[in-house]
Design a protein around this ligand. Sequence first.
Ligand code: PRX
Length: 665
Amino acid sequence: MTDTVPSTAESHAPDEAHPEGPAALTFAPSPEFARQANATADLYAQASADRSAFWAEQARTLLSWATPFEEVLDWSGAPVARWFADGRLNAAYNAVDRHVEAGNGDRVAIHFEGEPGDTRTITYADLQREVSRAANALGALGVGTGDRVAIYLPMIPEAVVTMLACARIGAPHSVVFGGFSSEALRSRIDDAGAKLVVTADGGYRRGAASPLKPAVDEAVAAGTPTVEHVLVVRRTGGDVTWTKGRDVWWHDVVDTASDKHTPVDVEAEHPLFILYTSGTTGKPKGIFHTTGGYLTQAAYTHRNVFDLKPETDVYWCTADVGWITGHSYVVYGPLINGATQIVYEGTPDTPHRGRWWELVQKYGVTILYTAPTAIRTCMKWGEEIPGGFDLSSLRVLGSVGEPINPEAWTWYRRVIGGDRTPIVDTWWQTETGAIMISPLPGVTTTKPGSAQVPLPGIAAEVLDDDAQPVANGQAGYLVLTEPWPSMLRGIWGDPERYADTYWSRFRGLYFAGDGAKKDEDGDIWLLGRVDDVMNVSGHRLSTTEIESSLVSHPSVAEAAVVGATDETTGQAVVAFVILRADAVTAGRPVEEVQQELRQHVARQIGPIARPRQVLVVPELPKTRSGKIMRRLLRDVAEHRQVGDATTLADSSVMELISAGLAAPK
Ligand code: PRX
């Protein structure tokens, strides 16, 4: 390792996981799988012979264009790319209508399973009618091409339908994860200037109805001047407060609308959606994606990385549509490819810890795509749980969201994949829109824990501090060296922040924010973030955002947050706070204040941001220029010997912190 990659990243270093070296354990594709695979090694050769021709061919074969494109890539406005810019198309037509027109209207698009056990089977023909009704209803509510729509829904079919209805009329959607707080929702609605919010009375989570609409009411009351209507799906039947004139029921306006609607063809570069993600500052970034390039790469990766055969496969991606994985691999990729998929509303352990495996057995799932944190949780629950179900239908397993440790990888393959299935560890980001680095099943000999190689058509490199490619065996920073079709087109309303965040560290190259290592074969191993972004259960959280939330509490004078290694969630949020003198003297037990602060963050940002621990300290370690040295706090949070503290303004601070934490309460 070079010393450029900080210590959080080192916990995933391949050397540590694999004392014998990465070549010790590999899995070659079986000849039977390779024989039937969609992808062949030839794809790499085709793409490197002519990248532009390669992507043009993908765009032409995987999508239906209302107006075919001539131009492939225009990079003259770098770092904003234009792909297929003179072509026109509609995303919903591609995802739904054309399958019906091709005679596949009876194919199941979605097997929906609600957490309480209610089910719905939605064919492509059903989906066409439902999306058309919703598109007509959106139009009647005054939403037109170019208007933004915020979506705050549970994982129910209406979430997919609403996204497609927006796409159908060319209204960019901005999905906000249902676990985010009303304040997080408000700031996202406001930043996008959404005209409509689509929500539900609630959804089912962990065996209970959990309300959603109150958060929308609060958000809108707190100030979202652009919102004209709130469209509400009845899911749980719980009580809701109603604002006359503003709120409308889905069953009143969608179910009664005409099921005929002509999709609006848009330019390939028309924005398809905005999705907010955490950056290194407190303000979430509205990453926006456009239509033609995004859909091309979503469909291409979905077909080749998962080896999708739409006629026979039953595909299941466990992600929520509130995240990019749900956008690209629940909605757009699978539906563009005409897949049959499972949409499950709830948690893996409701009503029992075998729920996922029961669903795999029930529907004969063949392709499963999930996150390492879920795999590690299942490992903890014990292999006898999945062992109690018939998982023999599975033939490809995918992983996404964070580095997968070799133990979890091999467990996944052995216990879930019956020692038979290829595993694809897929590296990508909200910003990249679709998978970038991943093995190809049937082609790549896989190594547990490594995402390995850029896909055909994608160019990546690992650079050192001086922007030179590292030698094999060395670590550095992951960059993408050529534009790709599904790349973000910017940060909504903030082109400067886009250029600064991604394109300034290594001029002209996209800096992903991740550390990576090239092994002796040149294969890539992801090492985690190198910036102030944490990854908790595959979800991105900003240290600064949580720090701002903590200091907004009246008891807190200062706060520093770190992501500490956690066996199950990858990283966990650990906060160090200095309390205000009046809070300390108020005589309340420290435990009570700590609990209150954890709750405060959960309320302000969302339960996923709730710190695992809040540690009360007398000082924070700072450099002479006032920068908090999170590296040292991470050592404390991970119970390690505290590292080099010589650059601290006051070198005794760490002793003070350690002594304070060790002292009995
Ligand atoms: O650090 C990388 C990690 O997740 C970050 C992107 O997070 P987000 O935009 O929320 O998208 C998650 C789903 C695509 C990356 O910068 N990450 C994602 N996939 C992997 C990964 N780290 C290692 N291995 C992966 N397969």
